[in-house]
Design a binder for this molecule. Structure first.
Ligand code: GCB
Length: 593
């Protein structure tokens, strides 16, 4: 799926900004046809943003169900003979979209884009009205999964319900990423796929272009960063060789600009698209992860798209700050825990040479029980699997061309001890491989190795470990030993490379104690040091991602004092003491990097 870009042929019109907004408290919008006429009695809301933290009314913040968005826009006259597409970067968790009262699309899933061709519904010379009904309800057919609980009896108000979620982040809601209107010609470039390889000193770009409509010729030109033409080709599907190629390396990104042009028989250009291409290879061999044939060690974090006031709303300011902090601290990578992040941050990662583990929103499929409580008819079932496959497909379609993406994470913390988890995860892993044979895949575990039934289906094993926190709370002295033992068990069972994809302790910025007590900055520092002692002993450990990059919002809970405080940075992106510990480690010399 191509990111909307403008060029001499295509134009993009940003529809971000203030929209009309209305909460559908009584769930009557569909029945009353709120999309048919301009929304009445609205307030204003910025798009993109989560609405939850903008309001002062808890009924709005915690609303379960639909909210309605609406705005008007003009389409430039110059677009009259064009194809016009309306595209939403993401809306959490499901959306229905209308133009001038005509339904144009529906989308399930809160973290990936959707679009619809709206050419036939446009009114020329008048205002057009776009309406979006966005629903935040999560059930077992959704990713992440959840359930709405209803309560009977006189202890609760009539009609009382709660949205139950089994993951540790706030279920932020609304239109989270930019909304854009864009034009393409009627005969247009629908998609481009690139795969790259290295042959000696040369780079290989294996491309394929899909087009719609009558487009006799396709021309592909590759330019270097100085704008020099370095290779060209004609045809839908070819291999282009770039002599003496500059490689896309972690920390040293080099991007070629691949321009695809379609033309008619007389050479008139129909459509044009520019794709940044990083030439690099990825391989898992033995217990190592190679980027460009060099062993790569992941240093970095699991993150969240989360910031004050904006919630999960896209903000270029926050993204740039975060990437600057990642570089400052010596990180080379991050995981898009626990859902695909904005296309804009993926493009930034490409340009800045950050390595990304791209994760689907399959999180919270574990209840810590010996009986089969997750994979069963009324919970994670065939509907969940269908949606899981759909989301994997959409994520790969969106992110397949990013050089920064080196691995797909197919789920976070699943009850992989349950028998039915095995065929489920096998199916998801196989689908991921089928859709993208060029990238390794992984699953992120909370389960212990002896109970796990699925890791034979993935290339890399990711494990989340909280010794000294969720077990033996406050006992730093047990961490190294327990970590060693667990690592060796995973290794002996599967012989695969292992990334510690989460390890972390809550620290409330400004809390200090010597000797260290939990929730202080000192405990967080010593906790990390203990884990590192273990990681450094094992060659098959190919990475460490601290949980988490910054403090973030969660649902309310007895262990969450205004959110999760495992951030190495505060939610305002200021360093806690552990940031300096990590900076010393990651910026210093080490045989692992
Ligand atoms: C985990 C989850 C992550 C939580 C974290 C924690 O294992 O993957 O989403 O936030 O633990 O802090 O409990």
């Amino acid at each position: 799926m191509l990111y909307p870009l403008d060029n001499r042929i295509r134009e993009v019109k940003e529809l971000s900004g203030l929209w009309n907004f209305k909460v559908d408290f009584k769930d009557e919008g569909f029945h009353e046809g709120w999309y048919k006429v301009p929304l009445q009695k609205t307030t204003e809301i910025p798009v993109p943003s989560s609405y939850n933290d903008l309001t002062t009314d808890s009924a709005v913040r915690d609303h379960i169900g639909y909210v309605w968005y609406e705005r008007t826009f003009h389409v430039p006259n110059g677009w009259k003979d064009q194809r016009i597409v309306l595209r939403v970067g993401s809306a959490s968790n499901h959306a229905v979209m209308w133009i001038n009262g005509h339904e144009v699309t529906r989308h399930k899933g809160g973290y990936l884009p959707f679009e619809a061709e709206v050419t036939n519904f446009i009114k020329w010379g008048e205002k057009n009205r776009v309406t979006l009904a966005v629903n935040n309800i999560l059930d077992w057919s959704c990713l992440p999964s959840g359930e709405v609980k209803t309560y009977d009896g006189n202890r609760y108000p009539e009609g009382y319900k709660t949205q139950e979620t089994y993951f540790d982040f706030f279920n932020y809601s609304g239109i989270h990423r930019p909304v854009r209107l864009y034009s393409t010609p009627k005969n247009f470039i629908e998609d481009i796929t690139v795969q790259t390889d290295i042959e000696g000193k040369h780079g290989v770009i294996d491309y394929s272009v899909s087009v719609q409509g009558n487009t006799p010729s396709i021309k592909v030109s590759v330019f270097d960063e100085q704008g020099n033409l370095v290779a060209a080709s004609i045809g839908k599907r070819k291999k282009i060789v770039i002599e003496n190629a500059q490689l896309w390396e972690p920390g040293n990104a080099y991007l070629y600009n691949m321009i695809v042009e379609t033309a008619d028989d007389t050479g008139n250009i129909h459509d044009c698209y520019e794709l940044p291409v990083g030439i690099r290879t990825i391989k898992v061999e033995g217990t190592q992860f190679f980027i460009n044939e060099k062993p790569f060690y992941f240093k970095g974090f699991g993150k969240h798209e989360d910031s004050d006031i904006r919630g999960r709303g896209f903000d270029e300011v926050v993204n740039i700050k975060d990437l600057n902090l990642l570089k400052w601290i010596g990180a080379n990578s991050f995981r898009t825990s626990h859902y695909p992040y904005s296309e804009e941050i993926m493009r930034l990662a490409d340009r800045q040479g950050l390595v990304v583990i791209d994760e689907v929103p399959a999180v919270g499929m574990c209840f810590w029980s010996d009986t089969n409580t997750v994979f069963r008819e009324d919970r994670v079932n065939s509907l969940t699997l269908d949606h899981h496959l759909q989301v994997i497909g959409e994520m790969i379609k969106r992110d397949k061309n990013h050089p920064s993406v080196v691995m797909w994470s197919i789920a976070n913390e699943v009850a992989t001890n349950e028998a039915a988890a095995e065929p489920y995860i096998k199916r998801v892993a196989e689908e991921t491989k089928k859709l993208d044979p060029t990238r390794p895949n992984t699953i992120v575990h909370t389960m212990w190795p002896s109970a796990d039934r699925v890791s034979q289906h993935v290339d890399v094993i990711c494990i989340n470990k909280y010794f000294g926190w969720y077990s033996d709370h406050g006992h730093l002295e047990v961490i190294e030993n327990q970590m060693d033992q667990e690592l060796l068990e995973w290794y002996e069972k599967y012989n695969k490379p292992i990334i510690i994809s989460e390890y972390g302790a809550d620290a409330i910025a400004g809390y200090h104690q010597v000797p260290a007590l939990t929730f202080t900055e000192e405990y967080q520092v010593e906790f990390l040091n203990q884990f590192h002692k273990s990681f450094d002993k094992h060659d098959f450990v190919i990475g460490e991602h601290v949980w988490a990059f910054a403090d973030f919002a969660t649902k309310q809970g007895l262990t969450r004092a205004v959110g999760n405080k495992k951030g190495i940075f505060t939610r305002q992106r200021q360093p806690k003491a552990a940031a300096f510990t990590l900076k010393r480690r990651w910026c210093g010399d080490h045989e692992k990097w």
